[in-house]
Design a binder for this molecule. Sequence first.
Ligand code: DP6
Length: 320
Amino acid sequence: MKKATATAHPNIALVKYWGKRDEALILPHQSSLSVTLAPLSVTTSVEWGTAADEVSINDEPAKGSELKRVIAMLDLVRGGHGFARVVSHGNFPKAAGLASSAAGFAALAVAARAAAGLPRDVKAESVLARQGSGSACRSIQGGVCVWHKGSRADGADSFATQELTERHWPELRLLVAMVSREEKEVKSRDGMRSAVETSPYYAEWTRDAEAEVPRALAALRAKDLRAIGEIAEKNAWRMHATSLAADPPLCYLKPQTLEVISTLAGLRRDGVPAYFTLDAGPNPVVLTDAAHEATVEAALKKLGASSIVRCHPGGDATVS
Ligand code: DP6
């Protein structure tokens, strides 16, 4: 078989990856922890043996750095298989406010290996996905995954493992709220580089995030929404504080982001469990549970969120 199709979900980090110790291999300074997000997914097929590499993403030919990154991943699998045709579709629009690169590189890694006749191997897939986009290594498996930073120079010990399956806490909800449509000005890749190079808080950020991973896992294992919510908020604030202290300062928050954050605090005072996390952009992802999902969604809509995508813990990347 020279062709395979794989589907992977994106993930949201509750303890963030924010900074590389090796830019080429994508090795992080700290471990991180995430929840895999259904129903969002990317499906990618790879067919080896074409006349040249051809890459299409959402029905458009890939160009520029996106194309380069896909070809770099094909190069890692290529061996004697020659060139490949890559066709990728995401089921979530840009308006979902969530990057598709984690799901995209996870699906590509799984499909490229399967099409080359390699057996399923979640560790090898995670190591490969990591080299496309760091966070993609946490989208090979479902539920709650931890990306272990590793210490080897070749990155062989820097991959994600599944710590809890998606069946552990199916009532957990993650609402992706689009409150600002402004394109983010600084991509994660550049934002984290500037934090590593110029933020005086960087070393402390790293130490703190590393220590939060086991605490976050314990809170998720106990299905303690308040505990995981408080850890997620603290970790997001600290990631953003690290970048606010960079030179030049980097602020991803918009006025609407702060409105959501203060509204969630108000909801909590009324007994509604709702906590935010924030990636490198203005749109929060809100943690709550199935019983409070509708109340939280209504509050976010009242604030003018243009779209809200309801997510729950998703499963493993699959080959079809
Ligand atoms: C803030 O994985 O997109 O979402 O490795 O440079 O491709 P590259 O970066 P990427 O960064 C994700 C950063 C984050 C936090 C996280 O997902 O852990």
